[in-house]
Design a binder for this molecule. Structure first.
Ligand code: HEM
Ligand code: HEM
Length: 452
């Protein structure tokens, strides 16, 4: 096996495996963080196990590692298929995969050693950022050349979303990480505005379009029905780009940013219901009359639950953008609940569904165990919804206590039971990640070969 292989589908396969590896490592750091919040003395004073370092390692591993890598892996399979051509260069995509993985490894080690730019979702230090930008440049070129050589004149909606994710994030990454400065930051409030313009778009314009691209490809394939409406898909695409790009200010409603920025952020956060509902209506109407097929299919089940979670996220997000609601919920575990439902419950679920669909096709082997993959579905389902309910309740307790003038010193014991329960349910997600990794590796090495 060559390190930078030119074999067809090898890059898609490698991205999928990487996604699952980082899910397992990322969830491990999540659980370490969860344990520290449930029992703050548990790791003593070991520097690399302090909450601040473990938390940053966790978030970056899942937001930059697990979810995008799994979804990119699936996309590297279905985008060339939709364009009726081969990927321009498997070597280039494999190169991007190695650079990306090197960045995650180096980024995690340096964060654990205490080297951080201390900006959420932009924590990695400059050299790591440079590696990520290089990976994006390679992918951009490869994707651009593949599109230029396409045999299919029609650009299906999944291609639009996939390309937008790579183009937007590729150009946004150096900007949001303030890469013209070695310290990776600007000063004061300007930096907060830039950071949240970027941080918000990482989840909104990398994870979201990659997940929607996969859902738009897989729902019609699994249900064997044409997409309900091409027009609706374009409305969803342009409204996503139109509204999502500039609402990062909703993370800073309690900060001294200009009032006009807050107003725009809040109004367009509410408008975000349009792209969310348009996508969901289009996907659900595509599957109408064929829900049996969708729900009995392994990947279909993951994807359907991902879309239901997207609906909840799409209602919760606009709601928590309202200043009156955020007065209670900001700086509390409410936001952490939203983050897990969105990143794991929506984009991660669809990423896992796309992974189980794509893996056998890019390995030429049958899935090692459908039962294990199904068990993973239930474990993630239970884990993510337990997180959602526990952290939302804990967040409301926390927020109201602060409004009533309680100090942090007194609110911490109030939310202790919620933190303990979250750590407990974290184990289900951790188990799901390791079972998934085992299943992926067994499929690659031991899966029954598919006769062609
Ligand atoms: C593998 C799937 C997972 C994904 C995609 C994920 C995603 C995230 C995200 C996006 C955040 C940032 C939240 C925010 O700042 O509002 C976060 C924080 C966190 N996650 Fe996860 N997570 C996963 C698994 C886990 C697991 C298994 C645990 C175990 C308990 C866990 C525990 C935590 C903790 C403790 C934080 C920090 C919360 C805080 O700062 O108060 N996560 N996670
Ligand atoms: C659909 C419309 C959405 C709206 C209007 C929205 C709104 C918000 C708001 C207002 C916050 C900040 C809450 C606070 O700090 O008080 C937030 C946080 C967050 N959102 Fe969303 N959201 C949406 C969808 C999504 C999606 C699809 C994802 C991921 C795929 C996502 C991931 C996150 C994460 C990770 C955070 C935590 C950020 C942090 O660490 O503080 N959101 N969202």
């Amino acid at each position: 096996m060559k390190l930078i292989s030119n074999e067809q589908q090898s890059a898609a396969r490698a991205f999928l495996v990487s996604g699952m590896v980082w899910m397992a490592v990322g969830a491990t750091f999540g659980l370490l963080g969860g344990m520290a919040l449930a029992a703050p003395e548990v790791f003593g004073n070991v520097p690399w196990l302090t909450f601040g370092r473990v938390r940053a390692a966790h978030i970056n591993l899942v937001v930059v590692g697990f979810v995008p890598m799994a979804l990119l892996g699936a996309g590297l399979h279905f985008v060339p298929a939709l364009l009726r051509t081969r990927l321009y260069s498997e070597r280039m995509a494999n190169g991007a995969m190695w650079v990306w993985n090197a960045a995650l490894l180096l980024g995690t080690i340096t964060l654990l050693l205490g080297h951080s730019q201390a900006r959420e979702y932009a924590d990695y230090i400059w050299p790591v950022d440079a590696l990520i930008v290089l990976a994006f440049v390679l992918l951009l070129y490869d994707l651009g050349m593949t599109m230029a050589r396409r045999q299919e004149p029609l650009m299906y909606v999944s291609v639009w979303y996939f390309a937008a994710a790579v183009v937007v994030t590729g150009s946004l990454f150096p900007l949001g990480n303030a890469m013209w400065n070695w310290n990776g930051a600007m000063s004061g409030v300007m930096d907060a505005i830039l950071l949240w313009f970027y941080g918000h778009n990482v989840v909104g314009l990398l994870l979201t379009p990659l997940a929607i691209a996969a859902a738009y490809y897989l729902v019609p394939v699994i249900t064997k029905r044409p997409l309900y409406s091409h027009t609706l898909s374009l409305v969803g695409f342009w409204t996503l780009l139109g509204f999502y790009t500039h609402i990062g200010g909703h993370h800073l409603l309690q900060a001294p940013i200009p009032a006009w920025l807050k107003v725009i952020s809040v109004i367009d956060s509410v408008m975000m219901m349009i792209p969310v509902l348009v996508v969901l209506i289009n996907l659900w109407l595509t599957a109408r009359g064929r829900y049996g097929e969708l729900l009995t299919d392994l990947s279909g089940r993951f994807i359907f639950l991902g879309t239901v979670n997207y609906l909840v996220v799409g209602i919760q997000g606009p709601l928590q953008s309202l200043p009156s609601v955020q007065r209670v919920t900001h700086f509390t575990n409410w936001t952490v609940a939203h983050a897990h439902l969105a990143v794991l419950g929506f984009a991660g679920m669809i990423g896992l569904g796309a992974l189980w669909y794509t893996l056998p096709r890019v390995c030429g082997r049958l899935l090692w165990s459908e039962k294990l993959a199904n068990l993973q579905f239930w474990l993630v389902f239970v884990g993510v919804w337990a997180f959602m309910l526990i952290l939302t309740a804990g967040g409301v307790v926390q927020g109201n206590a602060w409004i009533n003038g309680e100090t942090v010193y007194r609110t911490v014991p109030m939310i202790a039971p919620y933190m303990q329960l979250r750590a407990l349910f974290g184990v289900t997600i951790l188990l799901a990640a390791y079972l998934g990794l085992y299943n992926v590796l067994m499929t690659i090495y031991k899966g029954k070969r598919i006769e062609r």
